[in-house]
Design a binder for this molecule. Structure first.
Ligand code: HSE
Length: 437
């Protein structure tokens, strides 16, 4: 009989219940694979009466996760409480201080306190594993922390939020507005009741902050990420992108540049021919550019009880086998300071949508403002058709510009100049184009 390893699960929502179910269902296989019998011996949740579809009767019950972390007779503490402070933080710190290994799915906690928690874990000879915190069921943390250890990474990017990808996919496929897609996503349970964190890009930013540290060996820096969500994307943008050979995705991108590291979350135009453009619906995808391996892309479910539990149990299995990888891929004390590359220095192509007064010289003015900033235009499209035919002269008309590679600073300054000339009716819309192979 294999040695027993006692697991305490704090937080019994969808993921917590799936973790208990998975460990029960695959206990024989897990024992063979890890050499240990995994046993959930303690659980913590507020409501004891709720039916979670799993038998919890043999487990010691704690209403307070911090109490469990401080006193339970366990080898591994699984934190599924959520939140970047409070009980989640206190319980993880309490467990690590006792030398108890921790497995967490909490991206917000790691984005904010990842480095200090890594220090605490390493001081106490405990593991802190968090595969489920980034892209749910996709094994990207293990891939970056271990499998790609021999590479120098130049960029990591991905679709890290299923809610946004679901909304953008449906907007494109069915021509439905952002608001209607969001309402459907909420009705179907894909989006939270309060979806702000998802649609404004914060959830993606938390995951990106962790990936950046793993990619570049730098301290986590979650408050320096440029964040722009998807709320202002219109079906007109999506249609124009389609006609120009692009799809719009909410990407999180961390990239090494000459001035530092860019961390950015924003709607992005990606060529239809790229792998990332074909990731639809609630799926997530993460791509890593390594100097020896080239580009690696992992695709899979980024959320959901069972997919997330799969990652949580993988982390538990690593601990059971005795695998001890430094929390952020190298000892926390060796992580370099993060140097931010400002967005104004960002280099890339741009999609720009202008609402241009239909009058002589308007195009010439726009082209000259762009030219003065050294911006070369790949295409200019004035969208004609029914609306154009029926609108009186001098009414604003949508005009789409695609630039060749330039800097964000040049684009911003050119757009300010265009606005000041009175040839456009409202603020220009700008979407970054990501260079992908
Ligand atoms: N709410 C996230 C998503 C999953 O929609 O992908 C948890 O981070």
């Amino acid at each position: 009989m294999a040695d027993a390893l006692k697991v305490g699960v704090a937080g019994l929502g969808t993921v917590g219940a799936s973790v208990v179910r998975l460990i029960g269902k695959h206990s024989a296989q897990l024992a063979k694979r890890t050499g240990k019998t995994l046993e959930v011996t303690a659980v913590s949740a507020r409501d004891r009466t709720r039916d979670r579809g799993v038998d919890l009767s043999a487990m010691t019950w704690f209403t307070d996760p911090v109490d469990m972390a401080k006193t339970a007779d366990i080898d591994i503490f699984v934190e599924l409480v959520g939140g970047d402070s409070g009980a989640a933080e206190d319980s993880v710190r309490a467990a690590l201080s006792r030398g108890i290994h921790v497995v967490t799915a909490n991206k917000a906690l790691l984005a904010k306190h990842g480095v200090s928690l890594a220090v605490l874990a390493e001081e106490n000879n405990a593991s802190l594993n968090y595969e489920a915190a980034v892209a749910g069921g996709i094994p990207i943390v293990k891939t970056m922390r271990e499998t790609l250890a021999g590479n120098e990474v130049s960029r990591v990017y991905g679709i890290l939020n299923g809610t946004c990808n679901y909304i953008l996919t449906r907007m494109e496929a069915e021509g439905i507005s952002f608001e209607d897609c969001l309402a459907d996503a909420q009705r179907l349970g894909y989006a939270e009741a309060d979806p702000t964190f998802d649609i404004e890009g914060n959830d993606t930013a938390h995951k990106l902050a962790i990936l950046t540290s793993l990619a570049f060996g730098t301290k986590i820096s979650d408050d320096t990420i440029y964040i722009e969500g998807i709320t202002s994307i219109t079906t007109a943008d999506i249609q124009a992108a389609d006609e120009l050979g692009y799809r719009i995705k909410l990407l999180g991108v961390a990239q090494k540049t000459e001035t530092g590291i860019e961390q950015r979350v924003h709607p992005t135009m990606v060529p239809k021919s790229s792998a990332i453009a074909r990731i639809d619906g609630v799926l997530n995808a993460v791509a890593v550019d390594g100097d020896f391996v080239g580009e690696v892309i992992l695709v899979g479910p980024g959320a959901g009880g069972n997919a997330t539990a799969s990652s949580v149990v993988a982390d538990i299995a690593d601990i059971a086998r005795g695998d001890r990888t430094p929390v952020l891929g190298m000892p926390a004390v060796d992580l370099a300071d993060y140097t931010r590359a400002g967005m104004r220095k960002h280099e890339g192509g741009y999609y720009i949508r202008l609402s241009v007064y239909d009058r002589p010289g308007a195009f010439a003015t726009i082209a000259s403002c762009m030219g003065e900033k050294g911006i070369s235009l790949e295409s200019i499209v004035q969208r004609r058709g029914e609306a154009r035919a029926n609108t009186p002269k001098d009414e604003p008309q949508p005009v789409i510009l695609i630039t060749y590679e330039t800097t964000e600073e040049a684009v911003k300054e050119a757009l300010e100049a265009i606005l000041s000339k009175g040839v456009v009716a409202d603020a220009p819309r700008m979407i970054r184009i990501e260079k992908l192979s």
